[in-house]
Design a protein around this ligand. Structure first.
Ligand code: ADP
Ligand code: ZN
Length: 710
């Protein structure tokens, strides 16, 4: 019944998109051919569509197994907002509600059912499943987060093991496993545990091109650095910290600085946590400061940036945590703050572990994270190698690719620095050494008579920042030590002496400051587009609050963005925006078009005039009570033009008094005629009505009809 001519048409019809993402089409074709499938696609790659669209096109009910209640709720909200029959069954529902949903299913009103694994396999539920299979048919089982079946995955759930029963009970119903990350070991496990038969395996790259990766050296004034970064970002973001204390502190510091941020960590009570999470998802606040506990089950697609204030545990965690940004495919930033002091802190924590095996693994994982942070190669190359994917580099969307750090031989500089440490008696910290090298006249230097040292002033050729960078690099690589007693006194070690004795060279990647030019992909015309984007966001937020859903359920950021760029000023043009389905057009189209027109008019933008001032002039005279002919005369325009103005004004709900133009009974009859013939040309409608009705009348009433039927 849903069959459309081509898959692209169905895609636009149900989801409002114009083209498939890489991989989707082939997967969907195979799903329609009832093949078992294993789909590995990074977060935000568009996995859901791979089972949703086939479910809509095939007869029967698609059953989706999903482990997290909040995710189910969200997906179902999004589908329903597109006018698609979807529902979920889980423990959060009252018995009556469950009954009525079950009834809907049996009546064939539902195309997609989301259900938790433990419920699906409960003794009580299985007979119901049999009933569905018999009455309406089951088109497929889609197992989301399929890595949960494997003990080798990062989130093993014993109840997933039971899913094998599905295959035994319904051997003919195709089964799909979907996950975002799976090593080859986990992949084999999924196939085996779910009993997939000769599955089509679709393995997309781990790469998510919309994410920008950057590592910043932590300044000594880290909080200021964070603040500066946050101010440079747009949209929702997450700041990850290591400890609860740090979460609390940072959130309240940000609040003091006038930035609406909320904390989230395991030490807070459930209600508070849930509340903060909801406020974040609903865009009441833009920033959440959290321990890594946050984000596991949340389905917020439009997180624009993730900053790691502290180091992640390992590279897989980093991929997942930073990957909570940009699930809608829009440009997003992932920034990691790194300081050698953090490394020490984590090493200290690891040293507390009693199990030597665990300790060894933890050290190794830390080393990989450090290699990532200090690496001068493409960040993607380093990250994906962790999953066994070879990435060729040159991604042009990480700090290292955008600002390649030239590796330079700084042996002489290192010798200067280290010998200055030695001359100062290994009793001072980094800043003091740098001041001596750069011939500072501070009282402190003179008091210690350090202006008399042979190393005084030998470092004027480098800036203080450059010396800092060198010192840090020496510390990172263990070529110099620092005491851990709070004074951070520099001490030479064996390697330092090798350098001083010319037995070792020092090459460092000379970093440039990248903090200030955080990506802004927008081209010049963009400032205005961005303003419009912001006002559309506000409108979206109002609508979302009115419907009690998250804003991205209404429209994704990318849809808003293209609205802001294309600026559709009629419903017809609005319908062409990616993400606008017929259903959404009816629900929200008018409000968005009005907002876009209002904006264009206020900003007088030349190439997209919104409701041009000429329309407004007509409206003004109409409001004063002038007839069409009088307005035409007054404005030296034809009556046809005035009718056109008024019709378009009606279409976008401007205050045109239609009753004064066409008497209500005639409106009625014209309306009825249009209901009959559909929205055809004026000519068709007139032929139906007869000569008694003028084109002008029909045009005006048609405008009203169009407004109401959208
Ligand atoms: P995943 O489950 O793989 O993390 P989702 O299925 O949630 O990803 O999809 C991420 C976002 O991409 C959603 O907003 C979804 O609507 C959107 N999306 C999916 N397929 C397409 C497509 N072909 N064109 C445009 N947007 C798409
Ligand atoms: Zn790169």
């Amino acid at each position: 019944m849903y069959q459309k001519e081509s898959l692209e048409e169905s895609l636009k019809y149900f989801f409002g998109y114009d083209s498939f993402r890489p991989g989707q089409r082939k997967i969907i074709e195979e799903a329609l051919a009832n093949r078992d499938l294993l789909i590995i696609m990074p977060t935000g790659g568009g996995k859901s569509l791979c089972f949703q669209l086939p479910a809509l096109l095939k007869p029967g009910l698609g059953v989706v197994v999903s482990p997290l209640i909040s995710l189910m709720q969200d997906q179902v909200d999004t589908l329903r907002d597109n006018g698609i029959g979807a529902t979920f069954l889980n423990s959060s529902l009252k018995t009556e509600e469950v009954r009525s949903r079950e009834l809907e299913i049996i009546e064939g009103k539902i195309k997609l059912l989301y259900v938790a694994p433990e419920r699906l396999l409960a003794a009580k539920f299985l007979p119901f499943l049999d009933l569905i299979a018999e009455k309406v048919g089951i088109s497929a089982f889609a197992i989301d987060e399929a890595h949960c079946v494997s003990e080798w995955g990062h989130d093993f759930r014993p109840e997933y093991r039971q899913l094998k029963q599905l295959r035994q009970r319904y051997p003919k119903i195709p089964m799909l496993g979907l996950t975002a990350t799976a090593t080859s070991r986990v992949r084999e496990d999924i196939i085996q545990q779910l009993g997939l038969k000769n599955p089509g395996v679709h393995l997309a790259s781990y790469n998510r091109p919309n994410l920008y990766y950057e590592v910043q050296d932590k300044d000594s004034r880290t909080y200021n650095q964070l603040l500066k970064n946050i101010r440079a970002q747009k949209g929702s973001g997450i700041v990850y910290c290591l400890s609860r204390r740090q979460v609390e502190e940072t959130a309240s510091q940000l609040q003091e600085d006038g930035i609406a941020a909320l904390p989230y960590h395991a030490g807070m009570n459930d209600e508070e946590r849930k509340n903060n999470q909801t406020r974040f998802i609903r865009d009441d606040v833009q920033i959440i400061v959290a321990t890594v506990a946050f984000g596991m089950g949340i389905n917020k697609l439009d997180v624009r940036w993730v900053i790691h204030y502290d180091l992640p545990k390992n590279l897989e965690s980093y991929y997942q945590e930073s990957g909570r940004a940009g699930r809608d495919g829009e440009t997003s930033n992932c920034i990691l703050f790194f300081s050698p002091a953090d490394q020490k802190k984590i090493e200290f924590l690891i040293a507390q572990k009693t199990n030597p095996q665990e300790r060894r693994i933890a050290y190794q994982q830390l080393r990989q994270v450090i290699e990532y942070a200090e690496g001068t190669e493409c960040r993607r190359t380093i990250q994906f190698s962790y999953f066994g994917e070879r990435f060729p580099g040159n991604c042009n969307n990480c700090d290292n690719c955008r600002n390649p750090k030239p590796v330079e031989d700084w042996t002489i500089e290192a010798q200067k620095f280290l010998s200055c440490v030695a001359r100062c008696g290994e009793r001072f910290g980094m800043m003091h050494i740098i001041e001596v090298l750069r011939a500072s006249k501070k009282k402190r230097i003179l008091d210690y008579k350090h202006h008399l040292l042979s190393t005084y002033g030998i470092g004027l050729d480098k800036t203080a920042d450059e010396w800092k960078m060198l010192a840090r690099s020496l510390l990172h690589r263990g070529l110099l030590d620092e005491t851990n007693d709070g004074y951070r006194v520099l001490k030479l070690n064996e390697s330092s002496w090798e350098i001083l004795h010319k037995q070792r060279t020092v090459k460092i990647a000379v970093s440039r400051k990248v903090t200030d030019d955080l990506i802004s992909d927008y081209n010049p015309k963009a400032a205005e587009a961005e303003m419009l984007f912001e006002s559309l966001r506000i409108l979206r937020k109002q609508l979302a609050d009115a419907h009690s859903v998250a804003p991205y359920v209404i429209f994704s950021d990318s849809s808003l963005k293209s609205m802001a760029q294309v600026r559709p000023k009629s419903l017809e043009d609005f319908a062409k925006i990616s993400g606008v389905t017929n259903h959404k057009l009816k629900q929200y189209g008018t409000q968005f078009v009005i907002e876009i027109r209002r904006f264009c008019q206020e900003n007088n933008s030349e190439n997209s005039p919104g409701l041009p001032s000429t329309y407004m002039a007509t409206l003004e005279l109409h409001k004063q009570g002038l007839s069409v002919e009088e307005i035409a005369k007054e404005r030296s325009l034809t009556t046809r033009t005035i009718i056109k103005h008024l019709s378009e004004l009606i279409e976008v709900e401007q205050p045109v008094d239609l009753d004064s133009l066409v008497i209500p009974v005639r409106q009625e009859i014209i309306m009825q005629a249009m209901e009959k013939v559909g929205d055809k040309s004026l000519k068709t409608i007139r032929e139906h009505l007869g000569e008694n009705y003028s084109y002008e009348e029909i045009q005006l009433v048609r405008a009203k009809w169009q407004r109401e039927s959208f």
